[in-house]
Unconditional design. Structure first.
Length: 259
């Protein structure tokens, strides 16, 4: 019986020199986006509140064609978000790819939710997607097109418990993608939803992956093993590259075949 060969991954010439903005890019899935786009030769900028994690990411990248630009930004502050995007544009050019990734899946109790909790959760998990897309729209028009990749989640699809505000916001992102696709498409701007399953980042492993969680993965995924951040990053590369030029308004699920 032949043994499985190590995987060989694609390179995308159309991403070389292309300006990519990643929100929430300092750690977890976002850091994988930053690393993979940088290794494709893209000009990458990323926004995050965690300056320490951002510096660690930059220190560990090694040699890349263009060192990523980190801009500290609280995405719940829309004025700061606009200023950060303007700074990216001035530094590395009009933004051709937006990876709208930032989120917080903090667990919470429905019965104890206050209006302030609702507003804060929407701000961190939904609102910035809308206004970041709005802020890069003119860039993509000038460039003759672009790609917006919004991070959704299977959590609301599989009726996950323990964080109803998060699942609500993630479901709304799918609606946002569908609602914007016709308008953006007339400008040759693609917008798609990249949908993670249970991605085993350092945070997930530290907070929630126990023996019961491992059993759930083994039971629920069609494919064995863990879905990792780099699996999402490789899908994002395809959605940002010219190879996906006629793909928009769609969900691209990376979940190991969760059933």
């Amino acid at each position: 019986m032949m043994s499985m060969q190590p995987p060989i991954y694609a390179s995308y010439p159309s991403l070389v020199g292309r300006t990519v903005l990643v929100t929430g890019g300092a750690s977890g899935i976002g850091a994988a986006f930053v690393e993979h786009f940088a290794r494709q030769g893209a000009r990458v900028a990323f926004l995050d509140v965690d300056s320490g994690a951002a510096q660690s990411l930059l220190d560990g990248l090694g040699k890349v064609s263009h060192r990523p630009l980190f801009v500290a930004c609280d995405l719940t502050d829309l004025e700061a978000l606009g200023q950060a995007i303007a700074r990216v544009r001035a530094a590395i050019g009009p933004i051709a790819v937006l990876v709208s990734n930032a989120a917080n899946d903090m667990r919470h109790d429905f019965a104890r939710t206050r209006p302030a909790d609702f507003d804060a959760n929407v701000a961190v998990n939904l609102r910035h997607h809308y206004f970041a897309i709005q802020a890069v729209l003119d860039d993509m028009k000038v460039l003759g097109g672009g790609s917006v990749i919004c991070l959704g989640s299977i959590s609301w699809m599989i009726k996950s418990r323990g964080y109803p505000l998060y699942t609500m916001a993630k479901a709304a992102i799918h609606g946002l993608v569908a609602g914007l696709a016709p308008e953006l498409g007339r400008q040759r701007i693609r917008i798609n939803c990249l949908v993670p399953g249970w991605v085993i980042t350092e945070k997930q492993q530290r907070l929630w992956l126990d023996a019961e969680g491992e059993a759930e993965i083994a039971r629920s995924q069609c494919l064995p093993g863990h879905v990792m951040a780099e699996d999402l990053a490789r899908a994002a590369l395809f959605l940002a590259a010219d190879d996906s030029r006629m793909m928009t308004a769609r969900d691209f699920i990376v979940d190991g075949g969760w059933v």
